[in-house]
Design a protein around this ligand. Sequence first.
Ligand SMILES: NC(=O)c1ccc[n+]([C@@H]2O[C@H](COP(=O)([O-])OP(=O)(O)OC[C@H]3O[C@@H](n4cnc5c(N)ncnc54)[C@H](O)[C@@H]3O)[C@@H](O)[C@H]2O)c1
Ligand SMILES: [Zn+2]
Length: 429
Amino acid sequence: MKIITYQDSSYASFVKKLNRRAFPEHGVRELVSDIISEVATKGDEAVFTFAKRFDGVELTRKNLFVTEAEFERAAREVTAATKDAVKRSLANIRSFAKRSMRKDWSAKNAEGALVGERFTPFNRVGVYVPGGKAPLVSTALMTAGFAQAAGVPEIVGATPSGPDGSVNSALLYALQAAGATEVVKIGGAQAIAALAIGTKSIRPVDKIVGPGNRFVVEAKRQLIGAVSIDLLPGPSEILILSDKTGNPHYIAADLLAQAEHGGDSIVGFVTDSKALLGKVTKAIDAQLPTLSRPDYIKQVLKNGTFLLQVKSFADGVAIANDFAAEHVSLITADEEQWLPQITTAGAIYVGNDSPVAVGDFLAGPSHTLPTGGGGRSFSGLRADQFQRRTSIVRLDKESVRKSLPVIEEFARIEGLDAHGRSTAIRLEK
Ligand SMILES: NC(=O)c1ccc[n+]([C@@H]2O[C@H](COP(=O)([O-])OP(=O)(O)OC[C@H]3O[C@@H](n4cnc5c(N)ncnc54)[C@H](O)[C@@H]3O)[C@@H](O)[C@H]2O)c1
Ligand SMILES: [Zn+2]
């Protein structure tokens, strides 16, 4: 853990680095580009080769997709408690999704033409569910669940299988409950490429959503155009910003929960209270031995964790906006003042009693959120991202008459006679 205060000489340069931009890593960019070319030229065969190389599984056209029998077995194996948890989480997702969906509208413009927007669900989307480090059952709900709520008829789940070709039962159950109509047992950049470009066995999709490791994220970035995507959600992260009213035990617990994601996760704590910083440090040490993924946690504590003492709470807010964290926890006596000022976070958890874990699993908004500084330009996954928007325009003679002088002027400036003519002709007897 890096502990830094505003009085340290390294403070300024450390804070400057927190203002990040997500750039693709050099080696990853080339590797992913090669994987995409292979899938584009060799199709299924390339997919099978990479599945063997990276996931150690022998795939063929026969076992590439989850079968009906596998879905049935999963539903038998899953406990009633799991089914109930999935059901309750999906209920919150659906009601959240319903509210954030965009609705058709129409209105008259200044010339009296009818203009409006119509929203229709995408026909076929791919939902990537990471499978490398943990069976992310909740991620299946937090992606496919929104596509389902938006009325997408074909939802293709993709998740890497284990070396024996199986997929975790709870994950399969959740995917099906959240509306997946097919599940293909592949992961990594090759899965994204296959979904975007299509192979003999895998029909291409129109849009790909969902988080993943650096290979998955980079593949989504490179394939924009072939498909649209949601955002580039990479390794999970948290920034907890607290004044002296923060509960150190709760804060430590949230930091450790985030560290549990392992890998390149980033965990930050920012406070203007020296006393709280000391208490949080102690609480982390006290809680750590009681947790079950010590290796992942220790790795993140070593490489991706910082505790920062700022001079004023306003400095902390500025840092939070620069850092643009996936999750921000805001704990302050003056919520009314500070909450509106945090504008780049994927999600904000407010107050001592709002664990990020509840947002991960149950609250309603998708936990698929921008990371790596992406929060400055992207928002988290929402139901309206599964709606295609089409604008609609209808004129009558009267609105054509009122529009004509403006059309003719633009036609003249741009040298596009036929444009002017196509409008004027409608007023001829
Ligand atoms: N931001 C969010 O909303 C959010 C939500 C959930 C998970 N996540 C993140 O998603 C990530 C999941 O990563 P994961 O690794 O567990 O699962 P993953 O499914 O994303 O990646 C596993 C796949 O990567 C490929 N791969 C592995 N090593 C490779 C290599 N050396 N070269 C090329 N390809 C390789 C393999 O094909 C494998 O199938 C984590 O970082 C987690 O924090 C983010
Ligand atoms: Zn989490």
